[in-house]
Design a protein around this ligand. Structure first.
Ligand code: FAD
Length: 397
């Protein structure tokens, strides 16, 4: 009998498998319907020998020392700061928009101070910020909104920014200096030998058994376990009883080219031209030296694997219905981006999984304490015939 069946071998499932096996000596079966571990962070050497990310570029960045220290047990790191250019008006300019973006685009020679005033002069007054369009035009004005955001968002989400909740672009990271890093987190690094190698190390414990190419429904009635950790889609778990939670998907077109480098930087965004949103060249991310290079084009689409939850109020309402059910389901713990219907970065999922592990162990400690009290009570009862009532905070056992 397994102590835990963990559905999904991405960050959420693998962190919990590792903690439960190594720290709590639990027997864990981790399964995934895909033919590999690492979930969406899966990387592999393609047929030409170039290390690529199957599900699009994954760049690790976090402000959490705890998360960074935790993952550092399973990998060495390669320091990496991500940089992105956007193709606008026939030029490649830094993204997020910074001093160089504006000077290059408009042929200006502004200083940082002057750029602040410039942004203020172009920003639109929006009394109440409700949509993604409001967020952007109130910060950088309509022209930059049209050049950088409007069409990109329409491609990415299949909707105009005016129809999308403000949370989609809740923050427009514009800079008045020349900082052209995409992220500003304290820790920015890539696993030295790739994500999959890091996951292999996490899961290499005799208490952990891995089963791939397996949907949990195939084994749930066959393999005995005490508790389940579910990191798949929450609506799927409940047989879509309230309807399907909407997601935006992507089609990844991978290509290997007979040239050492292809792009001037890791990622080029195409807000206006082409059906794809961006091209990524993996060697920038991985630091690999190779005479050929591999790139991926991302084509947003409505159908396919669930990647981005669509942040609209009616979807949040639908998710809340599933969450209520999930909260009432004994011995099943829902964690990760699909089970909580939220776009999380990798570090956030690691933090979420570590928090759940803490909760589970606190529960175990509480169980032990209750068992101890029960022993005393039973002893007491056999001595004087009266019993004390004991209640558990976790009503499910
Ligand atoms: C295109 C793209 C780019 C991204 N880039 C970044 C980035 O640069 N930096 C960053 O920090 N984050 C990035 N992310 C987010 C990152 O992918 C997630 O934070 C991370 O994958 C979440 O881990 P998870 O374990 O919750 O989910 P997943 O990695 O999706 O793992 C869930 C697993 O459950 C399995 N599963 C589902 N249903 C079943 C079932 N019925 N039976 C068995 N198994 C099942 C799935 O096959 C999957 O492997 C990106 C996401 C996307 C889509």
């Amino acid at each position: 009998m397994f102590d835990y069946l963990i559905v999904g071998a991405g960050f959420a499932g693998s962190v919990l498998a590792e903690r439960l096996a190594t720290r709590s000596n639990k027997k864990v079966l981790i399964i995934d319907k895909r033919p590999h571990i690492a979930g969406n962070a899966f990387d592999h050497y393609n047929e030409e020998g170039v290390l690529v990310h199957k599900y699009g570029p994954h760049i690790f960045h976090t402000n959490s020392k705890d998360v960074f220290d935790y993952l550092s047990q399973f990998t060495e790191w390669r320091s990496y700061e991500h940089r992105v250019l956007a193709s606008v008006d026939g030029q490649l300019v830094p993204m997020p928009i910074n001093l160089d973006t504006i000077n290059k685009l408009y042929g200006l020679n502004l200083t940082s101070f002057e750029l602040e005033d410039w942004f203020e002069s172009v920003a639109e007054q929006v009394p109440v910020i409700r949509t993604s369009e409001d967020v952007v035009v109130s910060k950088v004005g309509r022209e930059l909104y049209e050049k950088f955001f409007r069409n990109y968002t329409r491609k990415q989400w299949g909707m105009d920014p005016s129809e999308l909740d403000k949370s989609v672009t809740s923050r427009v990271p514009t800079r008045t200096n020349r900082d052209n890093r995409y992220f500003t987190d304290t820790y920015q690094a890539m696993p030295l030998n790739g994500f999959t190698a890091m996951f292999e190390k996490m899961l290499a414990h005799p208490n952990i058994k891995i089963m791939l190419n397996t949907d949990y429904k195939e084994i749930i009635d066959v393999i005995p376990f005490k508790e389940m950790i579910f990191t798949g889609p929450v609506d799927e778990y409940f047989d879509y009883k309230f309807g399907k939670l909407p997601y935006r998907s992507l089609d990844f077109k991978h290509e290997t080219l007979n040239t050492e480098t292809f792009l001037p930087t890791a990622v080029v965004n195409y807000p206006n031209e082409h059906a794809y949103t961006r091209i990524t060249e993996f060697k920038y991310l991985t630091g690999q030296k190779h005479p050929k290079t591999s790139v991926v084009y991302e084509y947003p689409q409505a159908d396919g694997d669930p990647y981005y939850p669509v942040p609209r109020p009616e979807n949040a309402e639908l998710y809340n219905k599933y969450k209520k059910l999930a909260d009432q389901t004994p011995n099943v713990h829902f964690v990760g981006r699909l089970a909580t219907y939220k776009y999380y970065n990798m570090d956030q999922v690691v933090a979420q999984a570590l928090t759940l592990y803490k909760k589970l162990t606190e529960k175990t400690e509480e169980d032990k304490a209750i068992a101890e009290i029960e022993k005393i009570v039973i002893k007491g009862k056999s001595l004087n015939g009266s019993a004390i009532k004991i209640s558990s905070k976790n009503g499910n056992h």
